[in-house]
Design a protein around this ligand. Structure first.
Ligand code: SF4
Length: 379
């Protein structure tokens, strides 16, 4: 087994069994806090000597959550509630649930009522995040989260601890950005599924542990000779793209992921937290700096399409695969402006409906094969 394969196997083991990882942290005497999508300031959890643990749904069938949600809610919200209702999150010392879209708002209340055994921390974000009042609001929300975490941890989150946590996270973000670039440059070494596995596993590991392995992997990838990739390259866009069945279709069609605009992937580690003397302000400034995300208010509808067009050009992608989470209002609302931007730039794209209950990928396979043919004719 090559060193690269050996390192990828470590990530694979963790990404395929998050509960085992959570249980191992608990067995070490650590408290673990579930961090729901989106923009949870995980640094606060780490600064309280606890383990931030990503909870972004899972693949399977939703049953118990159907009693709380009508079927036209996105699966990521329903799945997170399902995980709680069916005891899969038992062991967590708390969860932080945000309210960034119309689906997450009812999730906050349904989770609070339906899963009373897990301490619940509500978190709100301002849409006018760049104004002074927005920055003040983010600080006030983060302070509330901080106080609740301190209660659970039984320890104070000092500025020094928070600054250390910010450093750990900035280092992790940089390593993940580097990996995304290297994976795009070396599709012969990293398949779409392996790329997803590396990024997904970060949600279930302490970031310094993840970074240590990722740095080794990045170093190995840097040693590789320039790639002689004969397939095509795409950019993926959407909320989450961690489906093994879907990613295997890309692989079967020799499509490599050159870059992504995925909330669960690059959107979550694009912006570092400023390392300054006031870490609570720094966290709010980082959120204020976030942009080009369907979850965030942006008065300029051309900004995100322009950002994605640039990403396509910079990464050498030949087209965009938009993975449209079913019943996701924020992604659907911004689809027309993205479509217009891509068409104006002459970038081929395809939109594929996707959700975490999907088991039949026949239609997706046909669409991706046809899109692959389009890209190949341009090669
Ligand atoms: S942003 Fe979309 S996918 Fe995410 S919770 Fe809201 S509706 Fe669901």
């Amino acid at each position: 087994m090559s060193k690269i394969d050996e390192l990828l196997t470590k990530f694979q083991e963790i990404a395929s069994d998050p509960k085992a990882r959570m249980d191992s942290y608990i067995a070490q005497g650590k408290k673990v806090i579930g961090c729901f999508p989106y923009y949870v300031p995980e640094e606060l959890v780490l600064a309280a000597d606890m383990v931030p643990f990503g909870v972004w749904g899972t693949h399977g069938i939703i049953n118990a959550a159907k009693e709380y949600f009508p079927s036209f809610y996105c699966t990521i919200a329903q799945m997170n509630l399902e995980l709680g209702l069916t005891g899969k999150l038992d062991g967590l010392s708390g969860v932080i649930v945000t309210s960034m879209c119309d689906t997450l708002r009812p999730l906050t209340q349904n989770f609070r009522v339906g899963v009373p055994n897990i301490p619940f921390i509500f978190m709100s974000h301002p849409q006018n995040r760049k104004l002074k009042c927005g920055i003040d609001f983010t600080i006030s929300q983060n302070k509330e989260v901080k106080e609740k975490l301190e209660k659970i941890a039984g320890t104070k989150i000092t500025d020094e601890k928070l600054k250390e946590a910010i450093k750990v996270y900035n280092t992790s973000r940089a390593a993940r950005r580097k990996f995304v670039k290297l994976a795009g440059e070396h599709p012969e070494a990293i398949t779409p599924l392996q790329r997803s596995t590396v990024l997904k596993s970060a949600y279930f590991m302490l970031k310094d542990e993840h970074t240590a392995i990722l740095n080794e992997l990045n170093a190995e990838l840097e040693k590789l000779p320039a790639s002689d990739w004969k397939g095509t390259k795409i950019l993926t866009s959407g909320i989450i793209a961690d489906s093994e069945s879907l990613l295997k279709i890309f692989e079967d069609n020799k499509m490599a992921i050159a870059a992504d605009d995925v909330a669960h992937e690059s959107r979550s580690f694009r912006i570092d937290v400023p390392e300054n003397d006031d870490p609570m302000l720094a966290l709010a400034l980082q959120f204020a700096e976030q942009d080009c995300d369907t979850l965030l208010y942006d008065p300029d509808i051309n900004k995100r399409p322009g950002h994605i067009v640039n990403l396509v050009k910079e990464s050498g992608a030949q087209g965009v695969v938009i993975l449209m989470m079913q019943f996701c209002d924020p992604e659907e609302i911004e689809y027309p402006s993205l479509k217009k931007g891509l068409e104006e730039a002459g970038i081929p794209y395809v939109m594929i409906g996707f959700d975490q209950q999907m088991s039949d990928f026949g239609q997706a396979k046909t669409s991706i094969q046809a899109f692959s043919d389009v890209l190949n004719t341009q090669n």
